[in-house]
Design a protein around this ligand. Structure first.
Ligand SMILES: *Cc1c(COP(=O)(O)O)cnc(C)c1O
Length: 393
């Protein structure tokens, strides 16, 4: 007869081997465990050898991470994905997997600030050369590519002026040099734009933005062909940049409503962009739905359902007008240095997201003292227009 363990022993083992039962939970279960158990060595070896699905130790991959990875791979049209501790961990994993010392990376100078820091500071220290280009200028990209270029990094939509690089054309150029194309699609998401469908090799996201959508789940994710994703996964595991189960679980809950949210973000941004474009206090609006946008045609071709909730606008009154507008809008439309929440938020790119750039580069990117970036949420657009109208005076 099996002896009954004492209370201390039973407490230590509580819930450890609870069978899943017949009734499956509708929401995925949270498996917040760092390690799993096996009935015998042969069963463990089958998982270690990749003959059977399963999880061993969390840093190599775990249940909730795998549930999220399969869901994102499916939405992106990829065969595999790897979840990471942050968006930057996703990018670091991609670069370290695909480029070595002596190698070369070409990237958009309009890229996210953290991406720019990795390119400008960290990669040169590792002996990796980077060339910055305007990814919307195909001739400049072609001049930058060489036989040594391992990676071309572009963003599906750029921050804060919502530029739209022509991905199919970039993929063609990169193919001529054998460079892998990785797309940061954080501003778009697979409901609006699937880079792999346009020939990109990898797509990656910062989860707190549209994929998660509620500014709660942290993390990043990379999707693509399983051969490439496997290489990225090895880097991520070595870097120790695995996403934790709870964040993976929350990200999956957010992912379920991604297409619904993107429809509302897109519709709201178009209404707000049109309103701002007609307001006398506003000097300029950057949004691809407006006919004057330099990439309106590319956007219409690549984004038939619209480009989501990001837009930026310039106040004629410059920096003083920015301070006044932020004061009047809060807390209805708060100053918040992130984006893609279901609630509308704003930032001042010149002094937040792009504060490390020198003045001449800010000017070249169109980031003036009067520029505000708005992340349009899923509220009723009529309310947003009324609030912006009241605050603009
Ligand atoms: C936020 C963001 C990142 C970085 O993601 P983290 O999760 O903050 O590491 C990368 N690219 C874009 C476009 C972003 O908005």
């Amino acid at each position: 007869m099996t002896p009954i363990p004492n209370l201390t022993t039973r407490a230590a083992r509580a819930g450890a081997h609870s069978p899943p039962g017949r009734a499956l939970p509708l929401a995925p279960a949270l498996h917040q465990t760092t390690v799993n158990t096996y009935p015998d060595l042969a069963a463990l070896h089958r998982v270690l050898d990749g003959e059977e699905d399963g999880q061993v130790y969390y840093r190599f991959g775990h249940y909730n991470g795998q549930v999220l990875e399969r869901a994102v791979a499916d939405l992106e049209g990829a065969t595999d994905a790897v979840a990471t501790a942050s968006g930057m961990a996703a990018l670091t994993g991609i670069v370290l997997a695909l480029v070595e010392a002596g190698g070369h990376v070409v990237a958009d100078r309009n890229a996210y600030g953290g991406t720019r820091h990795l390119l400008d500071v960290d990669l040169p220290r590792l002996g990796i050369e980077t060339t910055l280009v305007d990814a919307a200028d195909l001739a400049e990209v072609e001049r930058a590519l060489t036989r040594r270029t391992g990676l071309l990094l572009v963003e599906a939509l750029t921050n804060p002026t919502v530029r739209v690089p022509d991905l199919p054309a970039l993929v063609d150029l990169a193919a001529g040099f054998g460079a892998t194309v990785a797309v940061d699609a954080t501003f778009a998401g697979p409901a609006l734009f699937r880079p792999l469908d346009h020939g990109a090799d990898l797509v990656w996201h910062s989860i707190p933005k549209y994929l998660g959508g509620h500014s709660a789940a942290m993390g990043g994710i990379v999707a693509g062909d399983s051969g490439l994703v496997d290489l990225v996964r090895q880097s991520v595991v070595s870097l120790g940049a695995t996403l934790g189960p709870f964040d993976a679980w929350m990200a999956l809950l957010g992912l379920k409503t991604l297409p619904l949210r993107m429809r509302a973000h897109t519709q709201g941004a178009a209404v707000v962009a049109e309103f701002l474009a007609g307001h006398p206090a506003v000097a300029r609006v950057h949004h691809p739905s407006l006919p004057g946008h330099p990439h309106a045609t590319t956007a219409a071709r690549l984004y038939p359902d619209g480009t989501g909730g990001m837009l930026s606008f310039e106040l004629a009154g410059g920096r003083p007008a920015v301070d006044e507008l932020i004061r009047r809008l809060g807390p209805a439309i708060p100053l918040s240095p992130s984006l893609a929440d279901v609630a509308t938020t704003l930032v001042h790119p010149a002094t937040t997201t792009h504060r490390s750039l020198p003045p001449d580069e800010l000017a070249a990117l169109g980031i003036t003292e009067g520029l505000i970036r708005l992340s349009v949420g899923v509220e009723d657009p009529a309310d947003l227009v009324a609030e912006l109208g009241a605050a603009l005076g």
